[in-house]
Ligand binder design. Structure first.
Ligand code: SAM
Length: 264
């Protein structure tokens, strides 16, 4: 049962249309969240949602029996709307929406799972936020942008490549690379022994894309394992939206979904 069929307030009808289906449609939202964590698995879990917007993830997890949902957003318009939306359907003791910049918030609680949906590239230093999240959660789901075409071009120039398909596969799944906007972040990252990683300093208008390989390296360092099951399902269902794209524009970059689980 898709909660968004009856709870329309959570669906962002203003989202851009992409490749034949509405990004904001209830079906699409439901598929995204159920590939973050299935309806069966979310029962009883305490969930943190970074960049909670209209509270849609809250509706998904609470309608499937999560014990608590905490959303964080720095936009007062979305904070007000999500509080109003959730209040209509859910017990107020089950959720909280915090108005704050997620990068500067002090996180006191622990969570079973954190969602970082389509927002990581917007942070100034995503690495620091991920480090904090790795200390307070058992699982972290990140949905974000693959590196854009100019990074593929940069790699093509740098490596002597015979097989483009192979390089694309490497970039999609393994190559550790990330964009950032300042030398400070590059210097900061050089203090961490992740193994080799390429850093590209790029235009802030693009946001800062992290490759799956880069995320895998840093989370391995923090003792988390990578699960790509949800990504593969979404790639099959929405091939124009997930997978390595060939665009340079932020709006057209395709996405991945990665889930990191703490080693026990
Ligand atoms: C593209 S929307 C994604 C919404 C939702 N997470 C999803 O996956 O559908 C990004 C949201 O993150 C919020 N956001 C961006 N930067 C933020 C920050 N530094 N702290 C808190 N919220 C932020 C925006 O206000 C917006 O609501």
């Amino acid at each position: 049962m898709n909660v968004f069929d009856s709870q329309h307030e959570f669906v962002d009808n203003n989202s851009v249309e992409a490749s034949g289906y509405k990004l904001g449609s209830g079906d699409f939202l439901y598929q995204r969240f159920s590939n973050y964590v299935s309806p069966e698995q979310v029962k009883g879990l305490k969930v943190l949602d970074i960049g909670s917007k209209l509270g849609a993830a809250g509706a998904y997890v609470l309608s499937n029996g999560a014990s608590k949902y905490v959303g964080v957003d720095f936009d007062p318009v979305f904070v007000k709307a999500s509080r109003e939306n959730l209040k209509k359907y859910y017990d107020e003791s089950k959720y909280e929406i915090i108005l704050s910049d997620a990068e500067t918030l002090m996180y006191h609680d622990k969570f079973d799972i954190v969602f970082v949906g389509r927002v990581l590239h917007q942070f100034k230093n995503s690495f620091l936020l991920l480090k904090t999240l790795s200390e307070i959660a058992d699982s972290i789901v990140i949905e974000d942008l693959h590196p854009p075409q100019f990074i593929l071009n940069y790699l093509l120039e740098k490596n002597n490549v015979d097989n483009l398909q192979e390089l694309k596969h490497e970039l999609e799944y393994n190559y550790p690379i990330h964009e950032c906007h300042s030398v400070d972040v590059v210097n900061f990252l050089s203090n961490y022994p992740f193994g080799n990683s390429d850093t590209v300093i790029s235009n802030p208008a693009h946001g800062s894309a992290y490759s799956i390989g880069f995320l895998r390296n840093i989370f391995r360092y923090w003792s988390f394992n990578l699960d790509l099951t949800g990504y593969e399902v979404m790639k099959k269902m929405y091939p124009n939206e997930y997978g390595l794209g060939k665009s340079n524009s932020l709006q057209e970059c395709k996405k991945y979904i990665v889930k990191f689980n703490k080693n026990v």
